[in-house]
Design a protein around this ligand. Structure first.
Ligand code: CMX
Length: 434
């Protein structure tokens, strides 16, 4: 099979033709309407952008290039990246070629380490990761080509180059941040010939005698890679990239969004909540104790992290996949047992609380089921990765694959600069009056 670059060279003209044809023939067809509540409510449900790498069906969850997530949970991160970009799975030869690309590009410049070591010791690991990516912007191949002058149809080529460089260095930097922030500061280098997930696991330096932590890393990086285009991180990366800012600017902007507690940071909050319950009740809480604790959290005005979703209306298949992994590898771990028990209790609590909210004239909670963040932290904790402010960094390494795939495809399609129309509250008042 040809390499990733060769597959894209052939595929991209077809993607362009398909899109041009659709816009020419159906450009004036209406696919979405917006009401006032949506304009004030984060544009929830408004269909106003395109993402071909994956879709999130409210009643099914994530579907990557036509494959429901749980049917492709065995894929390694490099295979997922190939799939996101091309719609095809790589054969062994193409996969090995991509792994070699990562080997070749994995050297992190010394100035990145100097900078990360110089950051204040209370810097959040997400801030360190974003800084590490952004400072490498000077190396952008896209920026170099653009400055010299390049044809629009070639934009995707240096963007892919930038993306491969970022993705190859990302786990090295991320693991280095773990060492600097939480250990002795000795950087473990990328091992040539080792796959992406196992490499990241190895560079974190945690004991893994059976290889099951490396298995978890592959699964983790697969599950978090993409979640269509409208979520905060993907949408931000897309918006910044639409101004032709290069991949370093775009992906670090997306990661800044992922660092918010309502988005990727929820996974650090989630495990904190689980451990709080265990501390309060001196071990795995009973269902009754969990119910009380959940209501206490809600009544104090906080959210239950890991539950609810802007699009999903079922149990997140990513949560289901992690639960299955936990049952297989750590069923006797009290933290994991608490996660399982929370799943028996919290959806009913949220449902009751939602009804209570509605009686008070507030919005219902649209989805009371767990999302991806509800279970992943307990699995990491089991393997000794107990520093939960670090968890969103793991999410970031993975999500960068999705953001960068979307960026490359948008460059290939020549997607226009993002510029929705905003209106003022005065304008809304007049519009509703008329
Ligand atoms: N606990 C308490 N209240 C919740 C809730 C939860 N887990 N989930 C939703 N609600 C509340 C919302 O805060 C909102 O309240 P207000 O109307 O008073 O603002 C109301 O229910 C309606 O919200 P919604 O339509 O169901 O959900 P949104 O699309 O507004 O928000 C999300 C989605 C994820 C931000 C929300 O469910 C939440 O805050 N969950 C907890 C944090 C979390 O797990 N985030 C990670 C999501 C996955 C990811 O992006 O990584």
């Amino acid at each position: 099979m040809p390499t990733l670059q060769e597959v894209l060279q052939k595929r991209i003209p077809k993607y362009r033709e398909e899109v041009q044809q659709i816009v020419r023939s159906h450009g004036d067809k209406v696919i979405s309407e917006v009401n006032v509540a949506q304009a004030y409510g984060g544009m929830r449900g408004v269909k106003g952008m395109i993402c071909d790498t994956s879709v999130v069906e409210p009643d099914k969850g994530l579907i990557v290039r036509g494959h429901p997530l749980l049917e492709i949970k065995h894929l390694w991160p490099e295979e997922v990246f190939f799939l996101l970009l091309t719609g095809d799975l790589p054969d062994d030869e193409a996969k090995a070629a991509l792994q070699k690309e990562f080997d070749r590009r994995s050297q992190v410049p010394e100035y990145v380490w100097k900078l990360l070591r110089a950051m204040p010791s209370d810097s959040h690991p997400m801030c360190m990761l974003d800084t590490g990516i952004l400072v490498m912007e000077r190396e952008s191949i896209f920026r170099g080509w653009y400055t010299k002058g390049m044809k629009r149809e070639d934009y995707w080529i240096p963007t892919l180059d930038d993306a491969l460089n970022i993705l190859a260095r990302m786990p090295v930097i991320a693991a280095g941040i773990y060492q600097i922030r939480y250990k002795e500061g000795n950087i473990i280098r990328w091992t040539h010939g080792l796959d992406y997930g196992a490499n990241y696991a190895n560079m974190l330096g945690l004991p893994d005698p059976t290889g099951s932590f490396a298995k978890l890393m592959r699964l983790y990086l697969n599950f978090h890679a993409d979640h269509e285009g409208g979520n905060v991180s993907a949408n931000t990366c897309h918006t910044v990239g639409s101004a032709l800012s290069d991949a370093y600017y775009s992906v670090s902007a997306g990661l800044n969004g992922l660092a918010g507690p309502l988005h990727g940071l929820a996974n650090q909050e989630c495990l904190g909540w689980i451990l709080d319950t265990m501390e309060r009740f001196g071990g795995v809480p009973t269902e009754e104790q969990l119910r009380d604790f959940a209501f206490e959290t809600l009544r104090s005005g906080r959210v239950i992290p890991g539950y609810g979703h802007a699009v999903l209306r079922v149990v997140d298949p990513r949560y289901a996949g992690f639960l299955e992994f936990g049952k297989e590898h750590m069923s006797d771990d009290p933290v994991f047992q608490t996660v399982e028990r929370v799943f028996n209790v919290v959806p009913k609590v949220l449902q009751e609380y939602s009804e209570e909210r509605v009686r008070q004239g507030k919005n219902p909670i649209a989805n009371c089921w767990p999302n991806v963040d509800a279970g992943s932290g307990a699995l990491l904790y089991h393997y000794g990765l107990t520093e939960f402010p670090y968890y969103t960094v793991l999410f970031s390494v993975s999500r960068s694959m999705g953001m960068l795939s979307q960026l490359i495809l948008n460059r290939a399609l020549g997607t226009a600069i993002t510029r929705p129309k905003s209106v003022s509250t005065q304008w809304i008042k007049k519009a509703v009056a008329s």
